[in-house]
Design a protein around this ligand. Sequence first.
Ligand SMILES: Cc1cc2nc3c(=O)[nH]c(=O)nc-3n(C[C@H](O)[C@H](O)[C@H](O)COP(=O)(O)OP(=O)(O)OC[C@H]3O[C@@H](n4cnc5c(N)ncnc54)[C@H](O)[C@@H]3O)c2cc1C
Length: 539
Amino acid sequence: MAKPAAGPGQYDVIIIGAGHNGLTAAAYLAMAGRQVLMLERRELVGGCAVTEEVDPELAPGCRVSTASYIASMLRPSIIRDLKLEAHGLRMVACEPSVQAAFDDHDVVAWWPDEPRMRTELERIAPQDGAAFFAAEAELKRLAAYLQPFFLEAPPDVHQSGLHRLPEMWRLYRRFKGLSGDDISGLLRFLTGSLGDFLDNRFASDKLKRLILSNSLYGKHGGPYQPGTAMGLLFHLLSGGDAGQQAWQGHVIGGMGAITQAMRSACEALGVEIRTNAEVAAINSHRGVASGVTLTSGTSIDAKLVVSNADPKRTFLGLVAASELPADFRRAVADIRMNGPAGKVNFVLSEEPRVNGMPAARSKAQRALFTLIPTLQEAEDNYNSCRRGELPQRLWVDCVLASNVDSTLAPEGRHMLTCFVQYLPYRLRNAAWQEQREVLGDRVTQLIGQFAPNVPAAVIARRVYTPLDLEQTFGITEGNIFHGDINMAQLFFMRPVPGWADYATPIQGLYLCGAGTHPGGGVTGAPGFNAARRILADRR
Ligand SMILES: Cc1cc2nc3c(=O)[nH]c(=O)nc-3n(C[C@H](O)[C@H](O)[C@H](O)COP(=O)(O)OP(=O)(O)OC[C@H]3O[C@@H](n4cnc5c(N)ncnc54)[C@H](O)[C@@H]3O)c2cc1C
C-alpha cells in the first residue's frame, strides 16, 4: 500500500533527477521505509531512457526511444525486486543480436544461437569459425568474473590497517577461481586494443567488422587504441529477465517503458515525483547537506540529498565551490566526457529495404542493421572526431523499432532510430546549430546507400548532436555514460579516486547515477548500489 505523502520538511531523501538510476535508488530507499522526493528537470521521468514523439506536428503518435534504444544489462534482480513486469515492462530478445550491412550487398548476422551462427560463419568466414567460438567462450568465462562487481561497491583500495582485510577478502573470494592465464586474459582485455585482438584472432574482414559493431558504442577511442578491447567483456555481461550472457533486447513501448514501469513501482511505494522541477543548488553548510533550491527559488529540506545528475553537473554546477576541497574539484573537472556520439530518429512511410537482406528474414529479424566502417575507417573517424571534425565515413547503427513493436506508430509508419558513433562535442570551425541538419543529411544519405528507398520515405527526422544530448538530457558534454568508460575511470576510480562508494566530501550528499561504479548503460546497478550504501550508513 502506498505511504501517505510527506509534508514539507519531512523528506528523508531528495533525489535530484529521475533517470532510471534515480528511480531505482528511490524504489529501494522507499522499500526500506524512507520518505523520498524526486525532482526531475524535464517534463517526463526517465533521463536517457525515454520514449517520445519524433515530431508531434509532422508525425503525431509516432514514438521512438529518443536516446538509449537497446536493453542489454538491466539487472534481473532489479526487474524482480521492483516487480517491473507487473508494472508493464515487456522485453523481447533481439534475434539476431547484431546485423551488419556491407557495401557488396551482403548482410551478416550475429545469431545468439550457436548452430545458426556456425552456419553464418561457414558462409562468410569458414577459416575463422573455430577461433570465433573459442574467443566467445574465453570472453564469457572472463566476463563472468566481472559480473558480481556490478551489484556491489568497488573494492576500497583506500582502506588501511584492519579495515583493509574485509576488502582483500572480498577480492579474494571473487577471483579465487581465476587461473594465471585468466588473470593475464582479463588484463589483456581491459587494457588492450580491440583492433589488435581482432587482427590477431581472425582473418575475415566482415567478421572483424561484425564484432567491432557491437563493442565500442559511446566510448572514446578508435579500435586500435589501448583499452578498447574491454567493450568485448562488457557486452558479455548478463541481461534480460533471465540473466542470460550477451542478451540484447527490444523493449515494447521503447526504452521509456522501463522508466515508466519504474515510475509506477516508485509511486506504489509512496515516492513523490515532481517533474519540471530543476534543482539550481544543493544546500549545504560547513560540509553538511541540508536540501536543495529549485530554479524557481523554492528551497526544500531533507536529511539526505542524492544526485542522479553526472559528477561534473553535480559538483561543478550544483555545489558551492567553497564547500569542496580544491583537489576534489580538480579531479572532477578532469573526468573525460567530451561526446562522442549522437542520434538521428526518423519516421518513415516505408520499411527500409536493405540491399542484400535475405528474403527469409522475418519482420523482427529485419529490425536492426549496422552500417559499420572498416577498422581503419573507424580509427580515422575517431581521429577526425578528436580534431573537432565530422568523420568522413559515418558509423551508424540502425534499429527499426516498429518492426517488433506495433505500439510505437500507427499503421503505415515506421520508426527508425540511429546511433551515430564518433561525433565531436566541440566542432573546430563551426557551430553544431549550423551543422545539425548537415549531420542529419549525411546520415540519411549513408542509409540511402544501403537502403535506397529511405531518403524519399522520410516523413520526419530529429537530430541529436552531442550538444543536443547535453541540452536535452542534462548530460555534461553529451557523454552518454556520465563519463567515459576507460580503465582510468572505472571501478575504484569512478567517478574519482577515493570517492567510488557513492558518498561525497559533503556529508549527507550521495551520487547514484551512471558516473559512479559500475558506469553507464541502462543497468540500474549504480542506483541499487547507492541505495544500499545510504541504508548501510544510516544504520
Ligand atoms: C544517445 C544515447 C544512446 C544510448 N544507447 C544506449 C543503449 O542502447 N543501451 C544502454 O543500455 N544504454 C544506452 N545509453 C546509455 C544510458 O542511456 C545511460 O548511461 C543511462 O540511461 C544513464 O542513466 P542515469 O539514470 O544514471 O542518468 P540519466 O538517464 O542521465 O538521468 C539523469 C536525470 O537527471 C536529470 N537532471 C540532471 N540535472 C538535474 C537538475 N539540476 N535538476 C533536476 N533533474 C536533473 C536529467 O534530466 C535526467 O533525467 C545511451 C545513452 C544515450 C544518450
